[in-house]
Design a protein around this ligand. Structure first.
Ligand SMILES: Nc1nc2c(ncn2[C@@H]2O[C@H](COP(=O)(O)OP(=O)(O)OP(=O)(O)O)[C@@H](O)[C@H]2O)c(=O)[nH]1
Ligand SMILES: [Mg+2]
Length: 318
């Protein structure tokens, strides 16, 4: 496959397949993001494993399959684990409840959470339950053990925000882009509970490009390496399948009659995002559309359906 474009950071952009959109030939890119700091973070994570009692995996409730790193599933296989579907405020409540039922049916400790709402949640109980065995063992020896829990997940799912919510104050740095946490950081919650914040981790090759696209929609892939207009165009097509009324409501000039290839232009006219000569500003529209989706302003959307999909992207791609 030959490379036809370079993005602003000089990273090669690999076309996945070509499409015609608004009369122009363009392409959908093959999405992959595994910068050097992730390989380093992965090595550090392996070193930390011997110290920890419980692994808390944070995933995004809007994409419970795509946002679970199969590499972590392997690394943490021998650990007591808890899965938390964060950002439940942005996902379909019915789908989230169903996903939690699926995990529980499979014997996996799981809960849905909203980390931006402060206060301790069900998660602390799940962590204590998962650590109970080692706590009891130490208790028998007369030692009151400090539970050490590793908080892991892909970038931007809210790991640091979750830790701050449990701590009741801003102890770890957070931000609305991927790659905010650069190194590991222990945060003491009580004398008997410590959480380890870690940098978001992806895996070297995103095999399934549908799931890779979901990660890009969520903001777990660095926007600088993405073809934003093509991505936003795919997002609006996906949203028209999942929640058409919400799209029509927010972008009034998008209707059932809009040709698929003109969707981004129609969205631009809806907002009056025009360049000189009345040309629709599709780049600005693409950024706004992604921002609005990420902030939950279009609708509460779950991109992946409960129980019908394998639990990680890797399993799904084999
Ligand atoms: N709506 C909503 N936003 C959330 C929630 N949890 C976190 N966020 C937002 O998501 C963004 C990412 O949060 P972080 O805590 O920095 O994510 P992280 O997983 O630590 O990210 P990295 O350190 O980059 O891997 C921030 O803008 C948070 O405010 C949530 O439950 N609901
Ligand atoms: Mg972080």
């Amino acid at each position: 496959m030959h490379i036809i474009g370079k993005n602003s950071q000089g990273t090669g952009v690999e076309p996945l397949f070509y499409v015609v959109r608004a009369g122009k030939e363009t392409y959908l890119q093959k999405i992959n993001w595994y910068p050097g700091h992730m390989a380093k973070a992965r090595r550090e994570l392996i070193e930390s494993l011997k110290m920890i009692d419980v692994a808390v995996e944070i995933a995004d409730a809007r994409a419970p399959v795509a946002s679970r790193n199969p590499d972590l599933s392997e690394l943490l296989a021998s650990k007591n684990r808890v899965i938390l579907l964060n950002k439940a405020d942005l996902a379909s409540p019915e789908a989230t409840a169903e996903w939690i039922r699926c995990y529980q049916r499979d014997g996996i400790a799981a809960a849905a959470i909203v980390s931006t709402r402060s206060g301790r949640n069900e998660a602390v109980k799940l962590i204590s339950d998962a650590a109970r065995e080692s706590v009891e063992r130490m208790k028998a020896k007369g030692v009151k053990k400090t539970v050490r829990a590793l908080v892991v997940g892909i970038p931007n799912v809210g790991k640091s925000t979750f830790i701050n919510a449990i701590a009741g104050e801003a102890r770890a740095k957070t931000g609305d882009k991927p790659g905010v946490t650069k190194g590991k950081q222990w945060v003491r919650i009580t004398p008997y509970l410590e959480l380890l914040d870690t940098p978001g981790l992806l895996w070297p090759k995103l095999e399934d490009q549908t799931y890779a696209k979901h990660l890009a929609y969520l903001g777990s892939i660095n926007d600088d390496i993405l073809e934003i207009e093509e991505l936003a165009w795919e997002l609006i097509r996906d949203l028209l399948r999942i929640c058409p009324e919400a799209v029509f409501e927010r972008y009034r000039k998008v209707t059932t009659d809009t040709p698929e290839e003109e969707l981004l232009e129609a969205a631009a006219f809806s907002r009056g995002f025009l360049l000189k000569g009345g040309v629709p500003d599709t780049e600005r529209t693409a950024r706004v559309l992604l921002d609005e989706f990420r902030a939950g302003k279009i609708a509460r959307v779950t991109l992946e359906q409960p129980c019908t999909e394998s639990s990680t992207a890797q399993e799904a791609s084999v």
